[in-house]
Design a protein around this ligand. Structure first.
Ligand SMILES: NC(=O)c1ccc[n+]([C@@H]2O[C@H](COP(=O)([O-])OP(=O)(O)OC[C@H]3O[C@@H](n4cnc5c(N)ncnc54)[C@H](O)[C@@H]3O)[C@@H](O)[C@H]2O)c1
Length: 247
């Protein structure tokens, strides 16, 4: 308890799944959180549960004006978690241009805009940027073409930001987190896109040597470490929390 005392964290996609688990854990560790999401009802319901340590702001991560408005409500920010994302199922033969561009708009443009516009708030006082990539940002899967492209981009954008911040002398760290399959609503949305959801679920389990899917709390734990001063020497790194699936 208290590992994030007095920190202020902005969490995109904070209304559900991993973002929600991170928000709950951050508040338990003493942080103030800003839940930023397109899901207004879900975000406001979570804030009502978290109390005075949380507030909600509507944000569409793919829209620059939305970012400027949302960050404009913050006087100070210590942590940005670029977590909002979607998963498009389909191979290179199946994915349409519209689906590909939608995936890139949210998972790549969203992270680009967050990293770019948070600098103004962090370059003097410092901060930690945590980008949610995926095990598929390290190891490709044939049926996740657009998602593979997006999450690989997040992996490398993170390293480019980390280098730039260090070269400029900005006290901002930037790291990527690579979860294996974690049972959140995103998994249910992917299963709903499949003609054989049971076989797809079994294939998810089979890719994890540890023999199960992960839990949101297991990703929140690394997000606490990266937000805290305990990770002061970590930047540009890939944190794989994936049950061994990239081994
Ligand atoms: N769950 C997994 O197995 C898994 C594995 C690896 C990586 N990830 C990544 O973790 C992140 C969170 O996934 P999750 O499992 O919690 O999914 P989720 O579907 O439960 O939550 C995603 C959240 O993002 C929000 N969102 C979607 N589009 C948005 C937009 N344009 N602007 C703002 N918010 C938007 C949604 O409203 C939702 O609250 C994603 O980036 C995902 O790719 C998840």
């Amino acid at each position: 308890m208290g590992r994030l005392a007095d920190k202020i964290a902005f969490i995109t996609g904070g209304a559900s799944g991993l973002g929600e688990a991170i928000a709950r854990r951050y508040v338990a560790e003493g942080a103030h959180v800003i839940i930023a999401d397109i899901d207004v009802a879900g975000g406001e319901a979570l804030v009502a549960q978290l109390g005075a340590a949380a507030r909600f702001v509507r944000l569409d991560v793919s829209d620059e004006a939305s970012w400027l408005a949302a960050l404009g409500t913050c006087e100070r920010l210590d942590v940005l978690v670029n977590n909002a994302g979607i998963t498009t199922l389909g191979s290179i033969e199946e994915v349409t241009l519209a689906q590909f561009m939608h995936e890139i708009d949210i998972d790549v443009v969203g992270v680009f805009l967050g990293c770019k516009h948070v600098i103004r708030l962090m370059r003097e006082a410092g901060g930690s940027v945590i980008n949610m990539s995926s095990m598929t940002g390290v190891r490709a899967q044939g049926n996740l073409f657009a998602y593979n492209a997006a999450k690989a981009a997040v992996t490398h954008m993170t390293k480019s930001c980390a280098l730039h911040f260090a070269e400029q002398g900005y006290p901002i760290r930037c790291n990527s987190v690579h979860p294996g399959a974690i049972h959140t609503p995103i998994i249910d949305k992917v299963l709903a896109q499949s003609s054989d959801p049971e076989a797809l679920y079994a294939s998810f389990v089979a890719t994890h040597p540890i023999g199960r899917l992960g839990k949101p709390e297991e990703i929140a734990a690394i997000a606490v470490y990266l937000a805290s001063d305990e990770s002061a020497f970590a930047t540009g790194a890939e944190f794989r929390i994936d049950g061994g699936s990239t081994l």
